[in-house]
Design a protein around this ligand. Structure first.
Ligand code: AMP
Length: 288
């Protein structure tokens, strides 16, 4: 396994791999790797000749009051985990490489970025699409693997790729969870013992809604379901604020106001909840 620190060496490598007809599979991450990230690597490993993981905490996708400076980092540990997972290259640039002085070009996907996460984190997706397109141009992957955990991110990147004719396939990999249902996340390390004990209620409330819909049919009222989910979450003392609970079309992210007349082939139920200063997201998909 090799570590690439500059855009120049990475681009030279990927250009030569492409000439040799090697399939490049790419997994972009912000590091502090866990089993969720490693499941994406595994999915890439199955299909690619060469697997490239990027580790870069992208300042552009953090809001001014967010946790950029405190975001957990441990490159040595990440390096070891990548080696074990048979990654071929880690792309590990610094801020000067990615955003040199006078950097002034940004990628903005409109509409679907102003709802859900985008409503609470207004500049977030502009940061995500800008860095992801830069990474695609550097790594030149045939396909890239993203986690279902960030369902809106997947929809936004797919839209960017379609609108800008970006030539990399997006593969979506299922959310990896702790034994009690909590979605793995680098941010879980911030949780206190009490918050950690309450956090699985995110998944519990999503499971509740899915069960109700599957057992009792699509005539269930969304307001009722949201109310019950909200009650479940608020029953936990450390859950201090629900940013949103939302029902959307999985592919277009269009909001679903009533299940009765809906004919969406897949419904995304997603939520964001704060446990003190720690903000967690999760989702579930119901396919018809
Ligand atoms: P991050 O390092 O948090 O930016 O995440 C990098 C990639 O890993 C994204 O595509 C995430 O959706 C994905 N990811 C994060 N947590 C999980 C998880 N628990 N299961 C599956 N994928 C995940």
């Amino acid at each position: 396994m090799k570590i690439l620190r500059t855009i120049g060496e990475a681009q030279k490598l990927t250009t030569s791999l492409r000439k040799k007809n090697k399939t490049i599979g790419f997994v972009p991450t912000m590091g502090y790797l866990h089993e969720g990230h490693l499941s994406l690597v595994k999915a890439a490993r199955k299909k690619a000749d060469v697997v490239i993981v990027s580790i870069y905490v992208n300042p552009l996708q953090f809001g001014p009051k967010e946790d950029l400076s405190k975001y957990p980092r441990d490159f040595k540990r990440d390096e070891l985990l990548c080696r074990k997972a048979e990654v071929d290259y880690i792309f590990y640039p610094d801020d000067k490489q990615m955003y040199p002085d006078k950097f002034s070009t940004y990628v903005t996907v409109e509409n679907i970025t102003s709802i859900l996460e985008g409503r609470i984190r207004p500049e977030h997706f502009k940061g995500v699409t800008t860095i992801v397109l830069k990474l695609f141009n550097i790594v030149q992957p045939h396909f890239s693997v993203f986690g279902q955990k960030d369902a809106q991110q997947v929809a936004v990147i797919k839209k960017m790729n379609a609108d800008l004719n970006v030539n990399t396939k997006i593969i979506v990999s299922p959310t990896v969870r702790e034994a009690d249902g909590l979605a793995m996340s680098s941010r879980n390390v911030y949780l206190t013992k009490e918050q950690r004990a309450d956090a699985p209620y995110l998944q519990k409330s999503l499971q509740y809604a899915k069960r109700k819909i599957l057992l009792e049919g699509y005539n269930k009222d969304i307001e009722f379901l949201e109310g019950q989910m909200s009650k479940l979450i608020k029953s936990r003392k450390t859950a201090t604020k629900i940013d949103y609970i939302s029902f959307n079309d999985y592919y277009t992210l269009e909001e679903i106001k009533s299940l009765k007349n809906s004919n969406n082939s897949a419904i995304l139920i997603s939520l964001a909840v704060r446990f003190g200063k720690v903000r967690l997201i999760d989702n579930i998909v119901i396919k018809r």
